[in-house]
Design a protein. Structure first.
Length: 255
């Protein structure tokens, strides 16, 4: 778990306020793929629990794991009381009887790639489901996006999170589906997209940027300057393309 992955605790309240939640359509997509009732679920890198809230409403037992204490404290304010919480990185989770569903919401890229899928398989019960979902939050208007890029450029060339395995953006199968297809522990890999557009105020959009790791790594004085520069070029309200790419795979019954 990198230092960058643990940089969010300082902005836990902003993360909760500005990061969008997940739609019920995500839950439907995962459960349709599962094809059977799911009794237990584990979230990896749960953040403030935005995804866990969606899955907990289905009525099965959810455990939310998160390595950052401040993020976990914020999560506990918002999830149902019966959600179990564990302060632990993915690499420190110990296998038990296995979960029917293990999922990661915009968090899997922070995990250690070495042995990732053998560790994952140890957490998912045979025949159970692994799900990863997320995607970039991009300005829908290309002119506004370009204005923000120019405003940001003196401080930050890009705020994207590159594909962990170098898969190009236009490839038919995106990461982590690419890794799952190569894994001996998982089968029936599927990729789908839930289209989503959000309208937010300029200030809330800058608030959203303040929760992105590329900005959090900047010196505090630079962060404040870049936020002011971006705010100046934004219209009062912006449209954000916030499509959710979902990857699903089934743990093989025999390893």
């Amino acid at each position: 778990m990198s230092g960058r992955a643990l940089s969010f605790g300082a902005v836990a309240e902003a993360y909760e306020r500005f990061r969008p939640g997940y739609p019920v359509a995500l839950l439907d997509t995962v459960m349709t793929y599962a094809g059977q009732p799911v009794r237990t679920a584990l979230e990896i890198g749960a953040g403030t629990g935005k995804a866990t809230r969606v899955f907990a409403q289905r009525g099965f037992t959810v455990t939310a794991s998160e390595p950052d204490a401040a993020m976990l404290d914020e999560l506990r304010k918002h999830v149902p009381a019966d959600v179990m919480t564990v302060q632990a990185a993915f690499e420190d989770l110990r296998p038990g009887e296995g979960y029917g569903l293990v999922y990661a919401a915009a968090a899997l890229h922070w995990t250690d790639p070495h042995g990732r899928w053998s560790r994952m398989a140890a957490l998912v019960e045979p025949g159970g489901v692994f799900a990863s979902f997320g995607g970039p939050l991009q300005l829908a208007d290309p002119d506004v996006e370009e204005a923000v890029r120019v405003a940001r450029a003196p401080f930050l060339a890009s705020d994207d999170v590159p594909s962990p395995d170098g898969t190009p953006p236009g490839h038919e199968m995106q990461w982590p589906g690419t890794e799952l297809q190569r894994s001996e522990w998982f089968a029936d890999v599927r990729q789908s997209v839930i289209e989503r557009r959000l309208m937010v105020s300029a200030r809330d959009y800058v608030g959203l940027l303040s929760t992105i790791s590329a900005y959090l790594e900047l010196p505090a004085s630079d962060r404040e300057q870049v936020y002011r520069r971006i705010l100046r070029v934004l219209p009062g309200t912006v449209e954000v393309a916030a499509d959710i790419t979902v990857h699903l795979a089934r743990r093989r019954r025999e390893l």
